[in-house]
Design a protein around this ligand. Structure first.
Ligand SMILES: *[C@@H]1O[C@H](CO)[C@@H](O)[C@H](O)[C@H]1NC(C)=O
Ligand SMILES: *[C@@H]1O[C@H](CO)[C@@H](O)[C@H](O)[C@H]1NC(C)=O
Length: 988
């Protein structure tokens, strides 16, 4: 998350997202594990018994003792009754000759179709030692806790021990190493932490299947030696065990198991590519290799020449470089290749060439998030079994080959974020294709009509291209399964469908931003009753909205109709049982009154419309979850109601550029979460109410109103997080309170055009953010699309993240008296200072030239006297300078920088001389100086000074960036999810 300041709601939300991601990860890993384990013979044992053999009393007694210590909330062991034959109990099997109990299988979780099934817990009784013939013990997927009992190491006949997915903790008892008959050991998914070593594993000489995934072995530095002694090993799973990196180049694996088929070490801390030499040495029987989510560096060594059984290779999320090596040419059975999220940077055609032997078998190819370059390889369309193709986020260029139709098995085509150009290819015959992502490319041609034949298509994303298409009903003809459409940001993409079109699909997501959808409102969207996303922003719509549209809109999480010419009224959603959290209708022609909000609304953007009247109606409902309210740039008027206690959640409030009048209501003081307050350009009058409890305020703009009274001391003493304070163009009076100097983060302080009198505080150098040139971000980390509008010399400039470079003080056009304090010269980070049009006296401080990053300086129209300090020569960054109309005298210091200014910067100072002025200093050569032009008398013209600074340095803050913030909270980027999940798991 980029944005750290903010309400608890966001963290709850991200917590939810995390939990969801965790569940997703568990599902994936489990289903993978279950899939693969079902091949293991051990799992197929089913309790079947000869009718004539009955269990022994002694063993039954032992089992009853075992049951006694269990907590069985679901009564799963109901059949364990002493009068019954224990060989017939649920989960028990006996030898059909001797009647000895030999199998205990209590992983009922798998059998259970009952969602309320509660796993077994309690204690594992040592009475199991009374079952000398037990060879199969499965307690997996229960909730046993505590350490794994040592006595299990004495069940010497055990062949299968499954304790996975429980809540065991502590370290693993090394006594398990005594189980020399064990061929299957599953301890995965427990809370076992930091076993110093796993040497006991090496004694399990019969072991074939070992799964200790999601246990923590971060201190087990000898793990490769221990594992490589298991000569019969077929499957090895040590996923997410925090295994430390070991340089295996010095180890010998020549004696290790040659029967190994499954080698899964994903999610550890492996760095060295020497791991490849181990797997290259061990077997030709390898079927599946997983080394993803490590940190393996370097190129893939050519060790794959003998692996002719390999079906699945997962090396994704490492730091591998180069390309697919030549030895992959012998992988002739490969079905799944995952190389995504590495640093590969090969010409894609070349790397694909090394997969040629897998041309008929490869089903899944994940290459995304690497720097593959060159064109999309024609050869790739010969991989006739290909089902999933992911090469997003690379730098492929050129157009897509015409031979796409050969990929008849293709289900997913994902090539977004590349530089592909040309048209969308002929996809006739790709009857299974269900997902297409070509977003963020440079496609500039048309869409082949065959698109309409993709009867399995559920998802298509063509956004951010330059497709030149008139989309007709034919393009959608057979797309009855379509659910997700994003064609936004294709400016030449238009829709030509009839008004009565009834599409064959029901969409969940429809995004048509910045396409040509209008001028009429697309009525066919009303047929889409399942929509959860609808983006029609900047779509050229200049219509009114059909009334029944709002019923559809009311269940959306976000309604975006911004930047159109939509007219008509905005209905009262509070009377429609509406639950829409975010409404963005910015830049339209909506008119009439602002209706009351529905209670669960989170954000309302209605700026740049024609809403009129006052806001009294909003008081009729409570909206405690409203975070953002933007009503700026409308025709609203009247006094503000005093009901803001009802909107306690507000983080950003923008009422700028309306005609509101009267006092700012006192209930603003209860907005404790308020971060951004914009009331500029209205007719508010009277004194400010106390906002001393609005301690989160960072951006305050009250400029261009008729506010009066003193600048209150609480601003400095309570609003400690202020970054921007704009009080420009009001009637504030009195002197500047010294508490202003204790605002540690403030960077834009604008008090200009008021009636402020008295002297400049002598403590301004305490404003920490100004005191150094360093540009560190302080307490706030900026949201990614933060935008600050700034009028600089009359032209609007947008500042994004570089906002933090701004450091400006403007107290011009007031009644300041006294001198410019000496210590202002210690504000080394100051970039703009405007003190013009006051009555300042005295001299310009001698060390002024220390302000080396100063770009704008206006001290004009004061009564400053003395000479311009010689240190002015050091103002290397100065771009705007005005010292005119003062009583300055003497020689203008000579520096190349100062020579770039003309007479108007210095005029109106009777005693000044220099090459910029007509008054040459004595001893200088007069005239013929090309810098001096015209014959201006004294520079006393009214316009010239205005031309420089005024309107000067006016900052308006875009509320827009908060959309970004809300967006971040709604959707954590999927790329980060894996590590988050891992961190969560670490914190178990
Ligand atoms: C007894 O079990 C063995 C293996 O468990 C099986 O091969 C055999 O058919 C069974 N005998 C009877 C009579 O069910
Ligand atoms: C601010 O909060 C304090 C403590 O809750 C309270 O006493 C005070 O009245 C509040 N001030 C304003 C202006 O609401």
């Amino acid at each position: 998350m980029q944005f750290v300041v903010m309400s608890g709601r966001s963290s709850i939300h991200s917590g939810f997202v995390l939990a969801w991601l965790l569940v997703l990860w568990l599902v994936i890993v489990w289903s993978a594990a279950i899939c693969c384990c079902s091949s293991s013979a051990a799992r197929n044992i089913s309790p079947s018994n000869d009718v004539n053999v009955r269990c022994m009393e002694r063993e039954k007694h032992a089992l009853l003792q075992f049951k006694q210590r269990l907590v069985d909330d679901s009564n799963a062991l109901a059949s364990w009754e002493s009068k019954e034959d224990c060989c017939k109990w649920r989960g028990i099997a006996c030898d059909n000759q001797t009647g000895h109990v030999n199998v205990i299988r209590l992983d009922f979780y798998h059998d259970s179709s009952d969602f309320n099934y509660t796993p077994l817990r309690g204690e594992i009784s040592p009475s199991l030692l009374e079952l000398p013939y037990l060879y199969y013990l499965d307690l997996g997927f229960n909730d046993f806790s505590g350490t794994i009992p040592k006595f299990i190491g004495s069940l010497s006949r055990l062949k299968v021990l499954e304790l996975g997915s429980n809540s065991f903790s502590g370290s693993i008892p090394p006594q398990l190493g005594n189980l020399s008959n064990l061929h299957t050991l599953d301890l995965s998914w427990n809370f076992v932490f930091t076993s110093e070593n796993i040497e006991w594993v090496s004694q399990l000489s019969s072991l074939r299947y070992l799964n200790m995934s999601f246990l923590n072995f971060c201190r087990a530095v000898n793990w490769p030696q221990s594992i490589s002694q298991l000569l019969s090993l077929i499957e090895l799973r040590l996923i997410s065990c925090d295994l430390p990196d070991v340089d295996m180049a010095s180890l010998s694996f020549t004696n290790s198991s040659t029967s190994l088929q499954v080698f899964h070490l994903s999610g550890n801390f492996l760095i060295s590519s020497s791991i490849f030499y181990w797997i290259g040495n061990v077997s030709r029987n390898l079927v599946s290799i997983g080394l993803s989510y490590n940190r393996i560096k370097g190129t893939i060594p050519d060790v794959f020449t003998n692996m002719d059984s390999l079906l699945t290779l997962d090396l994704s999320s490492n730091q591998l470089e180069g390309g697919i090596p030549k030895s992959f040419r012998s992988l002739c059975r490969l079905e799944n290749l995952y190389l995504y999220s590495n640093n590969f940077s090969d010409r894609l055609e070349q790397s694909i060439g090394n997969l040629s032997c897998a041309q008929d078998t490869l089903k899944s190819l994940y290459l995304r998030d690497n720097l593959w370059w060159g064109s999309f390889p024609d050869d790739l369309t010969r991989f006739v079994s290909l089902e999933e193709l992911h090469i997003d986020n690379a730098i492929m260029s050129g157009s897509l080959p015409e031979s796409f139709q050969q990929l008849s098995q293709l289900r997913t085509l994902s090539l977004g974020h590349n530089r592909l150009s040309g048209s969308f290819p002929d996809v006739t015959g790709l009857a299974l294709l269900s997902s297409i992502d070509l977003s963020y490319n440079q496609l500039n041609g048309s869409l082949h009509d065959s698109l309409g034949q993709l009867s399995s298509l559920a998802r298509i994303d063509l956004s951010r291209n330059s497709l030149n298409v008139v989309l007709t009903e034919a393009h959608f003809l057979n797309l009855s399964k379509l659910q997700y459409v994003d064609v936004s940001y294709n400016p030449a993409f238009s829709f030509h469908v009839s008004l009565s079109w009834n599409p064959p699909f029901q969409l969940y997501d429809l995004k048509m931003a910045s396409c040509k959808v209008g001028p009429a409102f697309p009525k066919w969207t009303l047929t889409q009753r399942e929509l959860s996303t609808l983006d029609l922003s900047n779509a050229g719509i200049s219509d009114s909205i059909p009334d029944n549209f709002w019923d559809l809109a009311c269940s959306l999480p976000l309604l975006n109709l911004s930047i159109n010419q939509i007219h008509g009224k905005f209905p009262n959603l509070s009377s429609r049982n509406c639950s829409i959290p975010s409404i963005d209708l910015r830049s339209n022609r909506f008119s009439g009154a602002v209706p009351p909000f529905h209670t669960n609304v989170g954000a309302v953007w209605l700026s740049k419309n024609k809403f009129s009247g006052d806001l009294s109606s909003i008081c009729s409902t409570q909206a405690p979850e409203l975070l953002i309210l933007d009503l700026s740039d409308n025709l609203l008027s009247g006094e503000l109601p005093n009901c803001w206690v009802q909107f306690q959640g507000l983080v950003a409030l923008n009422l700028a550029n309306n005609s509101f009048s009267g006092k700012i209501p006192s209930s603003f003081g209860s907005l404790k979460s308020l971060y951004q307050l914009q009331l500029q350009r209205n007719n508010f009058s009277g004194e400010l109410p106390s906002l001393e409890n609005c301690t989160e305020l960072a951006f305050v703009d009250l400029g261009f109103n008729n506010l009066s009274g003193k600048i209150q001391a609480w601003i400095g003493s309570s609003l400690k997080k202020l970054l921007v304070l704009q009080l420009r163009s009001n009637h504030f009076s009195g002197s500047i309170p010294t508490s202003i100097c204790s605002l540690p983060f403030i960077r834009v302080l604008d008090l200009s055009q008021n009636n402020i009198s008295g002297a400049l505080p002598h403590c301004l150098n305490n404003l920490t953010a100004f005191s150094s040139v360093s540009q560190e971000v302080d307490y706030l980390s900026y949201p990614s699309d933060f935008v600050l509008q700034l009028i600089w010399k009359g032209a609007e400039t947008e500042y994004g993240k570089n906002f933090r470079y701004l450091r400006s003080i403007d107290i011009s056009s007031n009644n300041l008296t006294g001198v410019i304090p000496e210590n202002i010269t210690y504000m080394l980070g100051l970039r703009s200072l405007n003190l013009s049009r006051n009555s300042l006296t005295g001299v310009i401080p001698e060390k002024f030239g220390q302000l080396e990053v100063l770009e704008v300086l206006d001290l004009s129209r004061n009564h400053l006297s003395g000479s311009i300090p010689d240190s002015f020569r050091n103002l290397h960054s100065i771009a705007v300078l005005n010292l005119s109309i003062n009583n300055l005298s003497g020689r203008i210091p000579s520096s190349t920088q100062l020579l770039t200014f003309t007479e108007s910067s210095f005029a109106g100072n009777v005693g000044l001389c220099g090459p910029q002025l007509t008054t040459k200093c004595r001893g200088d050569r007069s005239s013929e100086d090309p810098k001096v032009t015209g014959s201006t008398e004294s520079g006393e013209s009214e316009n010239d000074s205005d031309g420089f600074i005024t309107p000067g340095f006016y900052v308006g803050i875009g509320i827009g960036f908060l959309i970004g913030f809300v967006g971040v909270c709604l959707a954590l980027p999927p790329e980060t999810s894996w590590r988050y999940v891992q961190q969560c798991l670490r914190q178990r």
